[in-house]
Design a protein around this ligand. Structure first.
Ligand SMILES: [Fe+2]
Ligand SMILES: [Fe+2]
Length: 305
C-alpha cells in the first residue's frame, strides 16, 4: 500500500511523463495523416488539446511536490524539447503549447515540507479524468490502426509503430489504475524491463526506417541497437530472480548507449544535419522514454544496495 505522500508524488511524476507522451502521439498522428482525412486530424488535435489541459493541471499541482531525482532524469523535458517543439510547430502548422514546457522547466522539487491538504484528493480526481482520456485515446488509435490494416486510410506512421503507441497508452492506463488502488505500478521488474526493452528496440527500428538511405553510418548504428535490444529482450524474458540483477545492469548499459544515440539525433535534426523523414520532436520523445527507463533501472539497482 502506498501512503498519501508517495501516492501523490508517483501519480504526478507518472502524469508529467506520460501526459506529454500521449499528446505527442497525437501530434505524430496529425502530422502523419493526409489532408483527405482531415476529420481524423481534427480528432487527434482535439485529443492533443485535452491532454495538454490535463498536463497543465498536473504541472500546476507538481510544483514543490515531485522528487529531485525524477526532475534530474530529464524524462519530463530535455534541453532540446522547447526548440524542437518550435521547429515542429513551424514545419507542420500544428499548435503546440510551449508554455507548458516553459513551466515544466521552472518546476521546483520537494524540499521536505508537507504537501498541501486536499492535494491527495485533487490528484485522485485528476487521475480519474486522465484514465477516461487514455481510454478515448486508445479507442482512437485502435480505430485508426484497423482502418490502416484494411487499407481504408493511408498514414506515414508504420502500423507497428501505431501498435507501439497503443502499448504505451495501455501501460500508462494500467499504471494509473494500480495507483488509484494505492498499489505501486511497475512492481514486477522483469515485466517492466521486457516492456521497455521492446520499446527501445522498436525505437531503433523506426529511426533506422525513417533515415534517408544515404545516412549509412546512422542507419548501421540504429540497426546495431535494434539487434542488441532484441537480444536483451530475449534474455530478460528468460531471466529468473537470481539473474535479474546482471540483466538489469546490461539493460542499463544498452539504454545509456541508445540515449546517447537519441541525443545526438535530436541535436542533428535541430541543426538540420540529418537527412530523414523523422518528425524532429520524435527524437526528443524517444530520448525522454530512454531517460525514464534509465531512472527505473537505476532505482531498482539502488534498492538492492
Ligand atoms: Fe511514445
Ligand atoms: Fe516509444
Amino acid at each position: 500500500m502506498l501512503d498519501e505522500k508517495r501516492f501523490i508524488q508517483i501519480s504526478l511524476e507518472l502524469n508529467l511523463f506520460f501526459a506529454r507522451i500521449m499528446k505527442e502521439h497525437m501530434i505524430f498522428m496529425e502530422a502523419g495523416l493526409l489532408a483527405k482525412n482531415s476529420d481524423l486530424i481534427l480528432e487527434a488535435d482535439q485529443l492533443k488539446r485535452s491532454f495538454e489541459k490535463l498536463l497543465g493541471e498536473t504541472v500546476d499541482l507538481s510544483d514543490g511536490v515531485i522528487r529531485q531525482a525524477t526532475m534530474d532524469s530529464n524524462e519530463f523535458v530535455t534541453p532540446y524539447t522547447l526548440e524542437l517543439e518550435n521547429m515542429v510547430e513551424s514545419l507542420t502548422g500544428i499548435c503546440i503549447d510551449t508554455n507548458l514546457t516553459l513551466k515544466e522547466m521552472e518546476l521546483e522539487p520537494n524540499l521536505g515540507y508537507n504537501h498541501p491538504s486536499q492535494l491527495g484528493e485533487r490528484v485522485f480526481n485528476l487521475n480519474n479524468r486522465i484514465i477516461n482520456l487514455i481510454i478515448e485515446i486508445i479507442n482512437f488509435k485502435d480505430q485508426l490502426l484497423s482502418k490502416v490494416e484494411d487499407c481504408k486510410i493511408f498514414t506515414f506512421i508504420y502500423p507497428s509503430m501505431q501498435e507501439h503507441l497503443i502499448r504505451e497508452a495501455k501501460f500508462y492506463l494500467n499504471s494509473l489504475i494500480n495507483l488509484q488502488e494505492r498499489k505501486m505500478p511497475e512492481k514486477d521488474i522483469i515485466k517492466t524491463e521486457v516492456f521497455w526493452d521492446e520499446i527501445m528496440g522498436e525505437h531503433a527500428k523506426y529511426i533506422r526506417g525513417m533515415l534517408d538511405p544515404t545516412e549509412e553510418a546512422l542507419f548501421n548504428e540504429a540497426n546495431d541497437f535494434a539487434i542488441l535490444f532484441e537480444k536483451l529482450t530475449g534474455e530478460t524474458i528468460d531471466a529468473v530472480k537470481q539473474s535479474i540483477v546482471e540483466i538489469t545492469k546490461k539493460n542499463l548499459k544498452a539504454t545509456e548507449g541508445i540515449k546517447e544515440f537519441k541525443s545526438s539525433s535530436a541535436e542533428g535534426l535541430l541543426a538540420c544535419e540529418i537527412k530523414s523523414i523523422i518528425n524532429p520532436l520524435l527524437a526528443d520523445h524517444v530520448l525522454r522514454e530512454a531517460n525514464r527507463y534509465i531512472r527505473v533501472l537505476k532505482t531498482y539497482l539502488n534498492t538492492l544496495k
